[in-house]
Design a protein around this ligand. Sequence first.
Ligand code: ATP
Length: 852
Amino acid sequence: MSSVNPIQIPSRLPLLLTHEGVLLPGSTMRTSVDTARNLQLVRSRLLKGTSLQSTILGVIPNTPDPASDAQDLPPLHRIGTAALAVQVVGSNWPKPHYTLLITGLCRFQIVQVLKEKPYPVAEVEQLDRLEEFPNTCQSREELGELSEQFYKYAVQLVEMLDMSVPAVAKLRRLLDSLPREALPDILTSIIRTSNKEKLQILDAVSLEERFKMTIPLLVRQIEGLKLLQKTRKPKQDDDKRVIAIRPIRRIAHIPSTLEDEDEDEENDDIVMLEKKIRASSMPEQAHKVCVKEIKRLKKMPQSMPEYALTRNYLELMVELPWNKSTTDRLDIRAARVLLDNDHYAMEKLKKRVLEYLAVRQLKNNLKGPILCFVGPPGVGKTSVGRSVAKTLGREFHRIALGGVCDQSDIRGHRRTYVGSMPGRIINGLKTVGVNNPVFLLDEVDKLGKSLQGDPAAALLEVLDPEQNHNFTDHYLNVAFDLSQVLFIATANTTATIPPALLDRMEIIPVPGYSQEEKLEIAHRHLIPKQLEQHGLTPQQIQIPQVTTLTIISRYTREAGVRSLDRKLGAICRAVAVKVAEGQSKDAKLDRADVAAGEGCREHVIEDTKHESVSDATDLALPPEMPIVIDSHALKDILGPPMYEMEVSERLSQPGVAIGLAWTPLGGKIMFVEASRMDGDGQLTLTGQLGDVMKESAHLAISWLRSNAKRFHLTNAFGSFDLLDNTDIHLHFPAGAVTKDGPSAGVTIVTCLASLFSGRLVRSDVAMTGEITLRGLVLPVGGIKDKVLAAHRAGLKRIIIPQRNEKDLEELPSNVRQDLSFVPASCLDEVLNAAFDGGFSVKARPGLVNSKL
Ligand SMILES: Nc1ncnc2c1ncn2[C@@H]1O[C@H](COP(=O)(O)OP(=O)(O)OP(=O)(O)O)[C@@H](O)[C@H]1O
């Protein structure tokens, strides 16, 4: 060996104590520094020192976990590796620590520990010389047989790997250029070896010993590799490449380790996936994409994040029902029976659905229209959608769109995104497993918009029968045919549905129910359903019709039946407790009977009674069956009634009238209040009114001012100019709710007419209608919901625009019978109907009042 330019390490070295990994000379390692001693060392030597010397450390391996022994210096391994700190990276999370990149230079031996705190420093003796070994024939001779043998094995190992991989080619070059003495250390750190083996190599100070110990490790590696190659198809270049990319992991596969099994399973999975792709009936374009992706997957190391992504993608592609569908069962008569059985009333909706199904029966691959059920909550829109699927014998899937504000929810993310997923449509198809399900797009009116795009726009493509046979989800990136899917949408209002989306759907209004309809729904559907859910039978509980009516009118105020359903649920729960208590008491009695025998029966009953009284007073006796829910029981269970009939109370002063409003939650009655005071002709409007409603108020005042003389309306000073020295305040209660629309026009006129005439509006009358400056009454929408709301509130006379008379046909006959309707074409007719005895010029009893 000729030595050229030997590197000398300092004779005193600060010691870095590591407890995981062994650094060998010639290799590089990343180590985490988080113990107090090591942190001190890094701070005072590496971060403050500026000379090259200060970056040389003595790395002592195999220290017991330093955290467990913070105070005293633990026993140190005798031999360590002098190392150069190449990089220091600091971080404060999760706790302050550094990560060091260190390169091993040579072995050293501790002669004496010089100081222990704040970090240990030792006097050391260098064991290896860091010298350049020229690769000459002479030096090779000197290395002897051992080094030659080692070299051969090393070359054999490297050649088993794929040379086209740059890392392997580089290693091959290094084998020739590096000094042979350095090879055992370098190869030991590259191939799969345990820490214990590495420690043995570190301790092997004599070169001969080192070669002897490393050769078996190399041989083991080579054998493992051979075995692996045998189990793989020999001719596949790709496999060789994969082995090359993951040499260390694969080489370590000594026969039948757990990891090996995992790997084989993985390979089996890929083969299965490939088979599935071949067997699947996906369109050609999708098939091509899958074949391309599976080829990529085979070449990919499993540790790559993309591996899992590609696999998930392929699994989805295989699972999607490209060509799988159910056969439609189209029997209109059966459909009618099923719809009638599942839903009471809703005649218009059921009629339209049956028409739709009938057309489907005649023309099998009907394109569109998309039905959209619009109505207040709890009127059965979703459940009709479910029934449609049942009648057709199709799978049903509900997609809740409320609050969705990201278009990728509909269309999926591109696969380049971290955590990318397909959209809800494709996900739904995967869930149902057929390509012709019924998809219920619930709450389309509550789609949001955000920086992540407009989901309503993404829905346009889905719902357009002309385009949806080619729907492309971003995640799939190939077209999927949605034309067989039957889409039904539901919404509470059309106002917030974007016009383009609205245009693609056929709107079917679903109005709220009358009290009688609710009563029928409760007894035919809700009560039996609740009894079943609570494990009760009609022999155990009885809810009379009067009780249901009380719940409808005094415990709920809604257009649908959801709240009613909840209240019935509460009653069933309360009864279930009683029944269960009764049963357990019966059981107790029975057990006691058996134990004590017939002879002492009375005695036992005495005892049991005594016990139950002391346990809880209401456990006294099992309740008598059936438990009938009368008004007392109702009050006990649901508490005092929530809604009172307040109408007549609120109409006890002039200047109040009842209007009818339509909201997405159904119809509502609305009190309009007016008052006047001294002022300079100001009109104040409160109650969160929209522009249209404010304009209606101005119209109403103008019409009354221009007709004041005709009706003898005067202000507080007796003047026919109603705003002379007078301010008017109009308020629409439920002030927190925004209100708009022209239909309150007639109510405002009536309310002001009452204020200026000093007469009370009839307490049983409600009205709706738009007004013009000339005093005409124009038609408005939502008549059915409004009338039902008035009926719920117990009103008797409804003033509606004459041109809305035709809408009354939609009302249930009992509601029509209960109410009297006054169709009005002008404001005179409205006022005549709203006040007792009419509101003509002659009717002037209130004038006296108003003049006072
Ligand atoms: N006409 C009816 N006949 C029988 N049950 C009904 C009827 N209307 C509603 N229901 C019942 O009322 C409950 C609520 O209905 P559903 O969930 O379909 O309401 P919805 O109109 O879709 O409400 P939302 O707009 O809040 O989604 C269901 O249990 C349903 O079975």
